[in-house]
Design a protein around this ligand. Structure first.
Ligand code: SAM
Length: 286
């Protein structure tokens, strides 16, 4: 019997492939092509335009670091904004925090949400039914330009800077996000794998640094975001958010009483450590 493989097309000359036992869904929407594949190695995987977005087996690495780190760094987050995040993994982790009163999610393509609920229900869980969820179908750029609401943490869980998400990597968008943050607010964004997406890394830093008192990155290695460390951009209105000591993080984590499989206070404390070659890029981009 011939084997079927899904080959990712993100990086030139390098990539990953998944043995596929069944393709459960494929559809082209006005924004992108969606597909869900069943794989022995990573369970069900969601791809958009040929790029792996999330898998049942390793989704928690990225979703936990995009959520628990900024929420526990802030220490008093009540209102969260998620831009993108159609698979619902970020929303589910945010809502684990009982102190969160309202989680607004702005997703441009409703088909991604429906597909995640139908074919990858372990990722969103019951987050879309939670009364604290405020789901908006629309463009994140327009939402942050129009809203009067203030948020303690903004998480941009977007696709890569091609297609509908390109606008989410621009200076104007970061400036509007800053406008929507409460006084000690934090913005975090998915920012690619710097070893293979170096321009994205330095460009984001150049665009965020002039806008925020504290701008930088933290890191997580996600098995299916190939190429080494994934960089998550960090932009905070209060530099003290990044200086919370280990003991205080451990106390906040204990008080939050959330169950995690990746995030720990030690992982948090070490996540901002930057490899020398990336530190040189950041220094050169100042
Ligand atoms: N974790 C994945 C990653 O790091 O590559 C991203 C997953 S999530 C499925 C990405 C979502 O961003 C998609 O559902 C896509 O429709 C949404 N998106 C892209 N551009 C957008 C925009 N301008 N406004 C709102 N959502 C957008």
């Amino acid at each position: 019997m011939t084997e079927t493989w899904f080959e990712e097309t993100l990086h030139r000359g390098y990539g990953q492939r998944f043995l596929v036992t069944r393709t459960l869904f494929r559809q082209k929407t006005e924004y992108q092509e969606l597909a869900v594949h069943e794989t022995p190695a990573f369970g069900r995987i969601l791809t958009l335009d040929g790029i792996c977005q999330t898998t049942e087996r390793d989704e928690f690495f990225y979703h936990e670091m995009m959520t628990h780190l900024p929420i526990l760094a802030h220490g008093a987050a009540r209102r969260v904004l998620i831009i993108g995040g159609g698979d619902g993994g970020i929303l589910e982790e945010v809502l684990k925090h009982r102190a969160i009163e309202r989680a607004t999610m702005v997703e441009i393509d409703p088909a991604v949400i429906e597909i995640a609920k139908t074919y990858l229900p372990s990722i969103p869980g019951r987050a879309f039914e939670d009364p604290r969820t405020n789901l908006i179908i629309g463009d994140g750029v327009k939402f942050v330009a129009d809203t009067d609401e203030k948020f303690d943490v903004i998480m941009v869980d977007s696709t890569d800077p091609i297609g509908p998400a390109e606008v989410l990597f621009q200076t104007d968008f970061y400036a509007q996000c800053k406008r929507c943050l409460s006084p000690r607010g934090i913005l975090v964004t998915q920012n690619g794998v710097p070893f293979l997406q170096q321009d994205e890394f330095t460009t984001t830093y150049r665009r965020m640094r002039p806008l925020f008192p504290d701008a930088g990155f933290y890191f997580v290695a996600v098995p299916t975001y190939v190429g080494g460390l994934m960089s998550l951009a960090w932009a905070s209105l209060d530099p003290a958010n990044r200086q919370v000591d280990r003991a205080a993080l451990a106390q906040r984590f204990a008080e939050a009483r959330i169950d995690t499989r990746y995030y720990t206070p030690d992982i948090h404390a070490g996540a901002f450590a930057m490899p020398a070659y990336l530190q040189k890029l950041v220094d050169a981009a100042r």
